[in-house]
Ligand binder design. Structure first.
Ligand SMILES: [Zn+2]
Length: 141
């Protein structure tokens, strides 16, 4: 698409790292703010209303909410780790292969700790594991 795509990945400069840190902390604050809202919704009054509703429906909603919080918690952990990596001066480098992750990728995904190659490898591994698991289940059936 652009010339940049063909260039070697470049490191973020110190001012850019400071900027990334601010972006990460702001993202974290948005998520924790949202999580507080979710907690607020389950106050005793809400639960009393829920009692009168279809229980299976409430169960589904709660499961959905827990899944969302679970995902948020995972993202917060990733953000905290990224901030620690910035402070330790490791942020530019892939945790797996120690190559430069690349400014473009870091700006697009501030909480990442893998270069695109390692990320793709990881996703491929997860997918083939999933396929193997599905095959095994179908053998059992
Ligand atoms: Zn890598």
């Amino acid at each position: 698409m652009s010339l940049n795509d063909t260039l070697e990945p470049i490191e973020l400069t110190d001012p850019q790292l400071t900027q990334q840190r601010a972006v990460l902390l702001e993202k974290r604050a948005r998520i924790t703010g949202a999580m507080k809202d979710a907690e607020h919704q389950t106050d005793p009054d809400e639960l009393r209303v829920a009692d009168e509703m279809d229980l299976s429906c409430v169960g589904y909603d709660q499961a959905f909410e827990y899944r969302l919080r679970d995902r948020d918690a995972t993202l917060i952990k990733k953000i905290d780790k990224a901030v620690r990596r910035i402070d330790a001066g490791e942020y530019n480098y892939c945790e797996e292969c120690e190559n430069i992750i690349g400014a473009q990728r870091l700006v697009a995904r501030p909480e990442t700790d893998l270069c695109i190659q390692c990320k793709e490898k990881q996703e491929h591994t997860e997918k083939s594991y999933e396929k193997r698991r599905q095959r095994m289940t179908s053998f059992e059936a």
